[in-house]
Design a binder for this molecule. Structure first.
Ligand SMILES: [Mn+2]
Length: 400
């Protein structure tokens, strides 16, 4: 939570925080400001003091209206134009300007924490101006891991949209006829055609926008043996087939508030083979058992180990111990979700830290076989003190 920032900075030995970035792609900057701007601006915060935001003159009125930061200042207040004109090049001038704002607001002799992706050239210029810059991992990210009520509400809202649209997509597949070579045939504009991955993604993308959510890049709609690669997204021209697993991994974000959600369902139109049914049963059992075991204090690595124990007991191979495998459980159990689709905390072998109340995490065991395809089931949950709260309400059903 934002209020944890001061404590995190103090633990790391920093007196202040500095971010210089745009906020459309940078989740840390958006998190600290709730202000969306496509060009870089400045955020400074001394420990135990409210943050200050410094934006260019064009963004100043909008920042005053829209940002969560109360103390908004304009580049004009710090003599922007004069500094730029006095520098060798405009780009170097911007760095000198940044240094002068930081010196004025934070001062020399202050240990200033910057994120890992703070521009290295800015670090160089600021240090040359005598400022103490310390790049650090996991300062803002650590605060972001524990969600506030309004953040959880927003993930829940996007999740509701995901469930509505995923159900519609599954209904569309269920209503298809089965044509030659097991190809799903749907009716579009009064005529029959093979249902492609491109059709499904295009439909879903439009429907998400109707609910003010957006797909960035591609969803995963993967059918048959190719779905054995967990991050095979499905090619536009791929046709969907009956009697084979179809993985739908659906992860849009909200257009304005920027929060993601993540859900996966695996379905078979028609009849699933015995092998796919066995994989499905093992994955579902592992998911349910892991969700039962999830609560504040348990380590991410313990959760991963529990899942591996269950899947190994069911006769499947896992990547535990750093094995390179293609058949079995080939990825981690889950990841944090928020302003990034993959963020902390993580439920993998190396995450030897306790999970905390109000973490939002996916629980997504999967089993894969390059000859058959994959089965993955993914829910998104909020970690609680004694258990977890499943934000996913959608049914789990293999055959449709
Ligand atoms: Mn996921």
């Amino acid at each position: 939570m934002r209020e944890d920032l001061d404590e995190i900075l103090a633990e790391r030995g920093a007196d202040a925080l500095l971010v210089y970035s745009e906020s459309v792609r940078n989740p840390n900057m958006y998190y600290l400001t709730n202000f969306l701007a496509p060009d870089p601006f400045i955020l400074l915060k001394k420990t135990d003091r409210p943050p200050i935001m410094v934006v260019n003159s064009m963004e100043f009125p909008r920042a005053q209206n829209e940002s969560a930061v109360k103390d908004v200042k304009s580049y004009v207040d710090y003599g922007y134009l004069g500094i730029i004109k006095g520098a060798k090049t405009p780009k170097l001038g911007v760095m000198k300007f940044l240094a002068s704002v930081v010196e004025k607001e934070l001062g020399k002799g202050t240990t200033i924490s910057v994120p890992h992706d703070f521009p290295s050239i800015a670090t160089d210029v600021l240090r040359r101006e005598g400022l103490t810059i310390k790049p650090m991992f996991n300062v803002i990210e650590k605060a972001r891991e524990t969600k506030e009520a309004d953040e959880i509400d927003e993930v829940r809202r996007v999740q509701e949209v995901v469930e509505k649209i995923t159900k519609e997509t599954i209904d569309l597949m269920a209503d298809c006829d089965v044509g030659p070579k097991n190809t799903l045939i749907c009716k579009a504009d009064g005529r029959k055609k093979a249902l492609t991955v491109g059709d499904v993604k295009s439909l879903m993308g439009h429907r998400f926008l109707d609910d003010w959510c957006v797909v960035e890049g591609e969803l995963i709609v993967a059918c048959g043996p190719s779905s054995a690669n967990p991050h095979y997204h499905g090619a536009r021209e791929d046709t969907l087939k009956a009697n084979q697993p179809i993985i739908l991994d659906i992860y849009p974000r909200s257009v304005r508030r920027r929060y993601w959600t993540d859900m996966t369902r695996t379905v078979v139109k028609g009849r699933a083979s015995r092998a796919v049914k066995s994989m499905f049963d093992a994955v579902l059992e592992a998911k349910n058992a892991c969700m039962d075991a999830l609560h504040e204090g348990v380590y991410g690595s313990e959760m991963f180990n529990l899942c591996c124990n269950l899947l190994e007991k069911a006769g499947y191979n896992t990547i535990r111990g750093g094995k390179q495998i293609q058949k079995g459980f080939t990825h981690g159990l889950g990841h944090g979700v928020g302003l990034e689709i993959h963020e902390g905390p993580s439920m993998s072998e190396v995450y030897k830290f306790p999970l905390r109340e109000h973490n939002i995490l996916t629980v997504e065991p999967g089993l894969y076989d390059p000859k058959i395809g994959g089965v993955r089931i993914e829910d998104i949950v909020e970690v609680g003190k004694k258990g977890c709260n499943n934000l996913t309400k959608m049914y789990v059903q293999l055959e449709i």
